[in-house]
Design a protein around this ligand. Sequence first.
Ligand SMILES: [Fe+2]
Ligand SMILES: [Fe+2]
Length: 313
Amino acid sequence: MSVAAPLSQTALLIELEPVVARNLDRHLSVAKEWFPHEYVPWSEGRTFDGPLGGEAWSPEDSPIPDVARTALVVNLLTEDNLPSYHHEIATLFGRDGAWGNWVHRWTAEEGRHGTAIRDYLTVARSVDPAALERARMTHMSTGYTNVHGDEVLHSLAYVSFQELATRISHRNTGRASGDPNCEALLARVAADENLHMIFYRNLLGAAFELAPSQAMRAVTDVVLDFQMPGNGIEGFARKSVEIALAGIYDLRQHRDEVVTPVLRQWDVFNLTGLDADGEAAREELARYLDNLEQAASRFEERREARRARLANR
Ligand SMILES: [Fe+2]
Ligand SMILES: [Fe+2]
């Protein structure tokens, strides 16, 4: 086995640039143009209180379940922090060449998500607009920092999982809303997130060919300390328990619908040519996935018991 020196961050960016260019072309050929305004039932809207003297928001304005409101707010605040995400990836990937073209295109697509969801929630009166605005101010004032901010492969691994996690979360939030219009909008947003995931997953797939042990280490580090991008939202721990109890995003989905399928695409458990650290990283990852399996099953059992208790009341 040849033991190559690890590639520097700059070397990784240069080596991966042609892959970025190819995958950006691929992305542009499959991404379908869509319009946020077409997903919002504008004629159902009513003027709010305040300078225009309309009607204040009240929870009865919308029949959607409380947990769907919680998930919608978490998903929207997550999208709202786009300036911070842009800063993080523009700083790491740069704004030139194919990397820069991707950074800008991705930012433009993500910008649509917050706009569309906010318009929808405001017109449909699904959530308290004043509380939402205060939460947005607090959340964006804190900003977002990528924990692996100066490492290309860690960042690519993180966004591969994060885009898929966001896709699942949007899709299941739409279903939980019980509102066909909301579901249609979030399904559309989820389709964007899926293409983002494929882009990043393909890039890290190329990195596995270029520097398998470095890529393996990055994936293991990221899976072991994965946090949703919205984890800085005020009350996130309590909200995420609520969201997990409703089956919108829980450990089972995280393990089986996010982590496992992405790892399978990279074929991490059949890779050859790993050095000692790469092998050690792979073993850590396998142990972690076993623990995650147990934790997911335990959570499901507790949730079932809780549902049975509530049903017997
Ligand atoms: Fe998004
Ligand atoms: Fe995305």
